[in-house]
Design a protein around this ligand. Structure first.
Ligand code: GLA
Length: 731
């Protein structure tokens, strides 16, 4: 049983394989958080101490007990306005203007399995997990909060969400509704978050938690390049391979906020959910609001351990089941090969050359629809530009399939160009404030995805293209931040709902398309990796990691992404050298090794390559076929500590049965007479013996993990090495 409930003590114990999570409803009904961490068997209530703290007031029922204060006690879902001055999990405005929420325990329900969410992505249950539903309520305003906890025992994950129900006779405005809130006792913690920008997403930053609030989030209408909805709280001494750490991942692609508050006594409150800025949701009597899910995980074996837990969960329970074990085709994408300058003849030439090199799918990127020859027009007009192509898309797709390649196509569904037939017909379909000119981004506006008729239009328009030609894959782009959060379809009092309704519309469209085309593979994209989150992964088994295809920059981007997300989901391509974004020249071998640690493909002209490069590409594709299973399904380990001063980046994969490992090392800086690149391997079996492929050298797992391995002195810019170890028997 992964959920234990001691009714007399009103104590809850959630157990995963290696962690425990405890909470308790106390005598006055406050739901106290007791513990989250390494597995324990004891009742952890002893950790609660009642201490008189000045300026931390007492609830009226405890007015004679100055030691009882909501401002001091660790809460499970903090209310607001009633004496806990830390970050609230929930904020409301009642009809009379009151902003107080005081939640107390009402009851609980434990059941096997979990209920699928209807409008939001969710962690898919397998039937064996258990779910706890705790009901809290505030009888004064007639508000009920249902807290959900599903325990995935094997995966060491607890999935939380909340449902807010208006049980009163009057409307209530919800101003904040976190998915999860937890209080940690006083300790020495660091916080990691993943910030960035276009072309440099998910940069890991680790910081000492300051006193006060550290907050990270997005108000861009998308999870964003700038701040990923994933943070890690870890012990000061936590490293890649040792120490305790906690992950908080929001399964959401819209505006989000992750907050950490170190309070007056050094305790830490973590709160994660939809960003409250600009958010307001009208709950009429009887209405309810479901928050997105937050995926919590704890590891006592360092950051690599925590990442492994997220990788396994996302692969097994988030990405569409069909793609969990499906080898992804080696693709060639037309974007950096041709940008907007193509016709069917050129694309077919690419396809022929790509096929000769061993590639398996051609993706036609932006520029095939409306009259789009640059980024100033046609978004919304999803009709094929046959004049530009010189034939129909059906003919082109047939010719590509006749060569033995699959065919993929680019869309940017949620956008509209001013220069489009769609905008002429429906100017009010773009998000914009009345009487105010819209904010433009990349020459485009954003469609109002909160309106069902717009979702219907997009469903019909995309389906028409998918029905017309044979298309196995679509790249789903989103190339600007959202602004002008105003919908012509919503009354004034509901405009605060728009940002959330927008993303619900996107999810609905994705869901409808996947129901109609269950074999379709959708690669998420948002100007590169601007929507790389667990919400999108629910629909898209892979997401384009970044518009920066420079292999050396990609080392940091893919490393940062790997803290939360599996390599099998990271779109990564070999592009031309010098690179189009940075002008840097990187050897083809190195570009191949970096792209191989992702969903492998090419984004360069496959025509006219020198023979040596053609040979290298064929070798890379052969290596991809050899290692794709190990890379996609194996365990991934970062071999450098964050901010290490090493002149290289190294990472490795180990098969589940520890019989095989692939080690990658890329030099990021070359020095004359420099130190040998030296690493200690991870995740091997200490007792097993491993042969280094291509040599007769045999090492024990213990030697490689504890003694390490040094590489020969590299020469030249950005050299890379790849080592493949296979289990062997010692004679
Ligand atoms: C975005 C994507 C690119 C490409 C362009 C096309 O920037 O990330 O890969 O598809 O759009 O406009």
């Amino acid at each position: 049983m992964s959920i234990q409930y001691d009714e007399a003590a009103r104590l809850f114990h959630l157990k995963t394989k290696n962690s425990s999570y405890q909470m308790k409803a106390d005598s006055v009904g406050t739901l106290l958080h007791l513990y989250y961490g390494e597995a324990v068997t004891s009742d952890m209530s002893y950790l609660i101490r009642y201490t008189d703290r000045a300026f931390s007031g007492n609830p009226y029922v405890q007015r004679n007990s100055r030691c009882y204060s909501l401002d001091i006690l660790p809460q499970e879902y903090a209310g607001s306005g009633v004496g806990d001055y830390r970050l609230p999990a929930i904020q409301v405005i009642a009809e009379n203007g009151s902003r107080s929420v005081d939640l107390t325990y009402e009851g609980c329900k434990i059941f096997r399995g979990r209920e699928a969410l209807t409008d939001l992505p969710y962690v898919r249950g397998g039937g064996e997990e258990e779910t706890l539903e705790i009901t809290l309520s505030d009888p004064v305003i007639g508000l009920r909060v249902l807290l959900y906890y599903t325990v995935f025992e094997e995966e060491d994950v607890i999935v939380r969400s909340a449902k807010i129900v208006n049980q009163s006779e009057k409307p209530i405005y919800l101003e904040k509704a976190a998915s999860a809130c937890i209080d940690f006792p006083c300790g020495r913690y660091d916080l990691m978050h993943f910030h960035g920008r276009h072309c440099m997403e998910r940069q890991a930053e680790r910081m000492t938690l300051p006193n006060g609030v550290a907050s990270f989030g997005s108000r861009r209408g998308m999870s964003s390049h700038h701040s990923n909805p994933f943070v890690i709280l870890c012990d000061k001494n936590c490293t890649e391979n040792a120490g305790s750490c906690y992950g908080f991942m929001l399964m959401y692609s819209g505006n989000h906020l992750e907050e950490a508050e170190r309070d007056q006594m050094g305790s830490v409150r973590m709160v994660a959910g939809i960003h409250p800025d600009g958010f307001s949701w009208l709950l009429n009597p009887g209405d309810s609001f479901q928050t997105p899910e937050a995926i919590l995980s704890f590891s006592a074996s360092g950051l690599n351990g925590l990442s492994g837990q997220y990788h396994r969960l996302l692969q097994k329970r988030v990405i569409p089941a069909k793609f969990q074990h499906t080898k992804r085709p080696v693709l060639i994408n037309s974007w950096e090969a041709a940008y907007f300058d193509f016709n069917a003849e050129k694309i077919l030439r690419f396809a022929r050359s790509a096929k000769e090199l061993g590639m398996e799918m051609l993706v036609l990127d932006d520029g095939w629809f409306g009259h789009r020859n640059d980024d100033t027009s046609s978004l919304g007009d999803w009709t094929v530009n046959e004049e530009k192509l010189g034939c129909s898309l059906k003919t082109l797709s047939e010719q590509i399939h006749a060569l033995g390649l699959r065919f993929g196509l680019w869309f940017e569904p949620e956008m509209i160009s001013e220069d489009s037939m769609l905008y002429q017909a429906h100017p009010d379909w773009a998000l914009k404030d009345p009487d105010r000119k819209p904010t433009i981004g990349r020459n485009q506006m954003v469609l109002d995805m909160s309106r069902p008729e717009i979702v219907d239009y997009l469903f019909a328009a995309i389906s028409a293209v998918l029905d017309h030609a044979q298309i196995e894959y679509i790249k789903w782009d989103f190339n600007r931040s959202v602004a002008n959060f105003f919908s012509a379809g919503l009354p004034a009092r509901r405009q605060g709902e728009l940002a959330h309704r927008f993303i619900l519309g996107t999810y609905r469209l994705l869901d409808r398309l996947l129901k109609r085309y269950p074999d379709l593979m959708i690669e998420g994209c948002a100007g590169g990796g601007g929507r790389f989150d667990a919400g999108m992964l629910f629909y898209c088994p892979q997401i384009w990691c970044s518009d920066d295809t420079d292999a050396i920059e990609r080392l940091e981007i893919q490393r940062g992404t790997s803290y939360g997300y599996p390599v099998s989901a990271m779109g990564s391509h070999v592009s031309a050298s010098p690179n189009h974004q940075t002008g840097r020249a990187v050897p083809l071998h190195t570009r191949g090794i970096v792209a191989q640690s992702g969903t492998f493909g090419y984004e360069l002209s496959p025509e006219g390559l020198p023979d040596a490069e053609k040979k290298e590409i064929r070798n890379q594709i052969a290596a991809y076929h050899q290692y794709s299973d190990l890379i996609a399904q194996g365990r991934y380990y970062r071999l450098n500590e964050l901010d290490s001063s090493e002149d290289f980046s190294a990472w490795m994969f180990v098969s589940e049965d520890q019989s095989e490992a692939l080690v990658n090392l890329v030099m990021t800086h070359i020095r004359a007479n420099g130190p040998l690149p030296f690493i200690k391997l991870c995740g091997l079996s200490a007792e097993k013996a491993y042969r280094l492929e291509g040599t007769d050298q045999v090492f024990s797992g213990a030697a490689l993990m504890h003694g390490g391995y040094s590489f020969p002195l590299p020469f030249g810019d950005y050299a890379a090495s790849q080592l493949h170890f296979l289990e062997t028997t010692i004679e």
